[in-house]
Design a protein around this ligand. Structure first.
Ligand code: NAD
Length: 302
């Protein structure tokens, strides 16, 4: 799509960042949110991000907040939904969206983990349904998983992959609509084992995180696990798996340790207690550290 008309539905954390990326890539972006307050601040948030990143401020001229859903969708070539992670809400919204778009408009959901087939099953034209799973913050994390459903046409996948690649993202084609797609399956396989190590008294939370950050975490940005397996040899990988896999956590249910944290209102940073205890300064410092790291990585990519 050369200069496309894109509608972003939901102007929260993800929606405003997605709108920013598409506007920066030269597209005309309409953004809608059912909360007037959130919509009213969308442009200010994008302006602040562009300034902070040293990106072209003129991109903001291509973002138009719309208080009416039908107006936001008018003439859209591509629609991406980033509203709350609620299946019924998303299903209802796509039913409404489909009434206002052309038959060939591509419809994408930015759900984190809900299968795209569950969200889009009620569409009249399901060949245009696709998942696009962005990562936070959308303007700093390169990956967008492009999820194909059994009904998605090859043209829809191809067009969506190209749209994101042309906008400077790294799209990854997920060929089957499995829960968690690729990134979150990998991430939460690691988190399950991390929690299990703490739960079973092998080490504390700080040690788990320190081990990762000081070892394979250092290499992960440039060495994926399967490249790593080839690097050390598949024979060695097999030998390691023969010894280690029987002992690795494989529960199909969330850990009782995690369930107890939640039951005790130890919700992490939002309640100041979780796996760790957090002061306001520590929370700020961690957020700054992550942001600076992602900005540095973006600068290195450029
Ligand atoms: N936060 C993340 O790290 C992340 C990463 C990837 C994907 N996601 C997914 O992206 C989606 C949005 O997440 P978020 O973090 O931006 O949430 P958020 O709470 O910041 O934003 C959601 C927005 O949706 C709006 N909304 C609710 N109902 C609506 C409706 N009917 N029409 C229009 N707008 C409506 C809300 O007013 C809110 O502004 C979710 O599906 C989430 O799972 C989030």
């Amino acid at each position: 799509m050369a200069r496309a008309r894109i509608a972003v539905i939901g102007a929260g954390l993800m929606g405003h960042g997605i709108a920013q990326v598409f506007a920066l890539a030269g597209h005309d972006v309409a953004i809608y949110d059912s909360s007037g307050q959130t919509l009213a601040t969308a442009q200010d948030r994008i302006r602040a991000n562009l300034k902070d990143l040293g990106d072209d401020q003129n991109a903001l001229d291509r973002v138009t907040p719309q208080a009416d859903l039908a107006t936001a969708l008018r003439d859209a070539d591509y629609v991406v939904e980033a509203v709350l992670e609620d299946l019924l809400l998303k299903q209802k919204l796509f039913g409404e969206i489909e009434k206002h778009v052309r038959p060939d408009t591509i419809l994408a959901s930015n759900t984190s983990v809900i299968p795209i087939t569950s969200i889009m099953q009620g569409l009249r034209r399901r060949e245009r349904a696709v998942g696009t799973h962005w990562w936070n913050p959308p303007f700093l994390v390169p990956l967008v998983e492009v999820i194909e459903t059994p009904w998605t046409s090859a043209a829809t996948v191809e067009c969506t992959m190209k749209l994101h690649a042309d906008a400077g993202k790294k799209p990854a084609h997920v060929k089957k609509d499995v829960p968690g797609f690729i990134g979150n399956r990998l991430q939460h396989a690691l988190w399950r084992e991390a929690i299990s190590l703490v739960e079973n008294g092998i080490c504390d939370a700080a040690t788990v995180d320190a081990v990762i950050k000081a070892s394979f975490g250092r290499r992960l940005a440039v060495l994926g696990p399967l490249e790593n397996a080839d690097l050390v040899g598949t024979d060695l990988t097999l030998a390691i798996h023969n010894i280690v896999l029987p002992h690795i956590e494989r529960s199909a249910a969330p850990s009782p340790y995690l369930e107890k944290l939640v039951a005790d209102n130890k919700l992490g940073m939002k309640s100041d207690h979780g796996f760790y205890t957090w002061t306001a300064e520590q929370k700020d410092a961690l957020r700054r550290r992550v942001l600076n790291h992602l900005k540095q990585a973006r600068a290195n990519d450029a």
